[in-house]
Design a protein around this ligand. Sequence first.
Ligand code: ZN
Length: 406
Amino acid sequence: MSFQPQQIAGNNAEKTKAHNRRVVLGYLQTRAAGRAEIAKAAGLSTQTVSNLMAELETEGLVLRTGRRAAARGQPPVVYAFNPAGAAALGFEVRPDMLTMVLTDLGGTALASEHHRLAQTDPDFVLAQMARLAQKAIARSPIARILGAGLVIPGPFGLEGLSTDDATALPGWDPATLPARAELLLGLPVHIDKDATAAALAEGMSGAAQGLPTYAFLYFGSGLGLGIVAQGHPLRGAFGNAGEVGHVIIHPNGRACGCGNAGCLEQYVSRLSVQRHLVAKGHLAPDTSGTDATLLRLLDTQNPDLIEWLDTAAEALSRAIGMLENLFDPQSTVLGGALPDALIDALIARLALPTGSVARRSDRTAPRVQRGTSGRFTAALGAAALVIHSTVTPRLDAHRLESPPCP
Ligand SMILES: [Zn+2]
């Protein structure tokens, strides 16, 4: 997200030092600058900026890159953001998979690992996370780890939308998990929904880079939605915005674990294609080898897979038309835990509604496109939550027990 001084000004009197640190780091993330320039852009006093720069330099988060030529007097020291100054861990927990990444502050992955999960009991998974973290930290080229992001599928708080274990993580309480994870990891932990974090990752370095407003449809086990509007993720009052997988697309359709029938993710999700291929005898009931099977069947244009693709594309076309009219995104991006080739085949089959606010002649981004941040997108987004909480003033990772950020 680019820094806009007129929108994100620091404030000596009211805001905390932590906020001012983020303002300064956010500014330096996009350009190298001297103290006077930073002070002017951020609306801070030169003395405040000088104090902050001394502190950030000691911590290794900024570097001196030289001196700028000045017409008279002492040439000002130029500072730059140091992506190698610290690292962040990102974890994605899906019902069948734990994914970990370690990134530098620029979001570049230094290490990554998938770990297949036989059970989703929080104590068991948290212990696996601690083990992966320990290993990654021991091998990290960057000694200082700022924190960890943890992303899980929604919904958070299961009162109105109970779901089965296949797509959700029952027993994972986002209000208490960060504290439990912090104890085990010895690091601050931020939590968010997988789709929201994946959307942020796609905006930082993927297909949505440079787009302030976009929709990101995330294939975890089910189907999630991350909406970024004017640079800010839309989370809803309780962190549950984007449960698009449980929007009813076929009244009286297939039964869903949430209690409804005809939900979108019964037709468009990793789980739905797995169930279809198990029923047709292409995949073992334990769904091992899903990706290889999908690619092989796609390669040979297997009629059973084509049948799933056609049904999925019809449901997805309706859903995307609805999202366009609701949120007016510049683009809808599809990504997550499906092979790129399958997402491409799905996009190729879409028949998007002609009546949509997205049918514009001045369009600069494709109406629908595949994301480019790959299979690690939600875990990268989890690490991005930590980076954002350090660097970006208005995109703080939130904790669900705190009021949602503005
Ligand atoms: Zn449902």
